[in-house]
Design a protein around this ligand. Structure first.
Ligand SMILES: Cc1ncc(COP(=O)(O)O)c(C=O)c1O
Length: 362
């Protein structure tokens, strides 16, 4: 089967010596490899702001919400069309996820729906560049500024995406990336937190390490509010440093396959390709198709050995996120007709041609 997602690991001859080096360095916990990786990640992806290595994308989201000052009883405007950690992190701080509707051809949060859900309880707007397709960042950041509400970008699916010529993650007050197993880039597990306000960096570092300041004598250090065990290890940092050498070629194939599908499928009747505005350059973690015939397409692709699926479950389908006011017609339409098809670095030119042919013939 051609899978929908696949682990991308740098060649053994590069990874193994790097691992051996760090494993016997005598320094396994957070240290120089992490700090070197943070610097390299920041310059590689042209990130404006401070880049912090975290234990996971979820840890980065939780920390971003804490730094944004979101507290129990507050509301965060977010999307249900995402992986569950996006919205679980809102529950971690005791706040309520308020689900804005999504665009029915991309699954991305709708600008108008965000604005219509703002109340005096709204303490953050959390957007997800779903499947690697950027949200309308210019308009959304304008709304965030208008109401003076922090904007958090969940870029877990979208490493390598750009908006308005800038790396996504550069529009929000905070951004997170996931380095979990099946993302564009993995460090086995891990995450990145981007913080714009330099005055919050010390607080962020304390949150990631039990509430303690690194470098202060452990017998004298003082915890004034609880932090977490959210730091990245040197082993993770060392893997990240090697993975960065290969990430451009991986992202470029995702983009090349995604653009190929965009061009080849745009005139196929009964099929709509994932939409994005002219400022967006997606990194196509998954390729999005919308079609009333999605089940037939899925069946035909399966017969040809191609995995295709919806992959996610809208979060408000879970009991824990069921609120009586959830009315999301855009999401109902999108999810009802959604099918993701493989477009990652492992999909060859012959395979993508076969996939297009299979869809077009159907
Ligand atoms: C959209 C989204 N946000 C957040 C996360 C959480 O990332 P992690 O698995 O690194 O904690 C994931 C991935 O699992 C995700 O897909």
């Amino acid at each position: 089967m051609i899978p929908l997602v696949k682990v991308a690991m740098a060649p053994k001859e590069k990874i193994m010596p790097a691992l051996e080096d760090v494993l016997y360095s005598g320094m396994l916990a957070e240290g120089e490899y992490v700090y070197r990786f943070e610097d390299a990640f920041k310059s590689h992806f042209k990130i404006e702001g401070t880049v912090l290595g975290m234990s996971s994308g979820t840890a980065a989201l939780h920390t971003a919400l804490l730094l944004a000052g979101v507290q129990a009883g507050d509301e965060v405007i977010t999307t249900s069309m995402t992986a569950e950690p996006t919205n679980l992190s809102i529950l971690y701080v005791g706040a309520k996820p308020v689900f804005a509707d999504v665009i029915d051809t991309s699954g991305n949060i709708s600008v108008d729906s965000i604005e219509s859900h703002i109340t005096n309880k709204t303490k953050a707007i959390l957007v997800v560049h779903y499947a690697g397709y950027p949200v309308e960042l210019e308009k959304i950041s304008k709304i965030a500024r208008k109401y003076n509400i922090p904007l958090i970008e969940d870029c877990a699916h979208a490493l390598g995406s750009e908006y308005g010529g800038k790396t996504i993650g550069n529009y929000g007050d905070y951004a997170i990336y996931s380095l979990q197993a099946i993302k564009h880039m993995t460090t086995v597990d891990g995450g990145i937190l981007v913080i714009k306000n330099p005055e919050q960096v010390t607080a962020a570092k304390k949150i990631r390490w039990f509430g303690m300041e690194k470098g202060v004598d452990r017998t004298k250090v003082d915890i004034t509010s609880p932090g977490f065990k959210y730091n990245m290890s040197n082993v993770t940092g060392a893997i990240g440093l090697v993975q960065l050498d290969y990430i451009d070629s991986i992202i470029n194939i995702h983009k090349s396959n995604g653009r190929y599908y965009d061009a080849q499928l745009k005139d196929v009747s009964g099929v709509t390709t994932g939409s994005f505005d002219c400022e967006a350059s997606p990194s196509y973690w998954l390729y999005t198709l919308v079609s009333e015939d999605w089940e037939d397409i899925q069946k035909k692709l399966t017969e040809k050995g191609v995995m295709a699926s919806k992959l996610h479950r809208p979060n408000h389908y879970h009991t824990i996120f069921t609120y009586p006011e959830n009315k999301l017609p855009g999401l109902d339409s999108f999810y009802g007709n959604l099918l993701h098809i493989p477009c990652g670095w492992w999909v060859t030119e012959e395979q993508r041609e076969m996939i297009v042919e299979t869809i077009a013939r159907g």
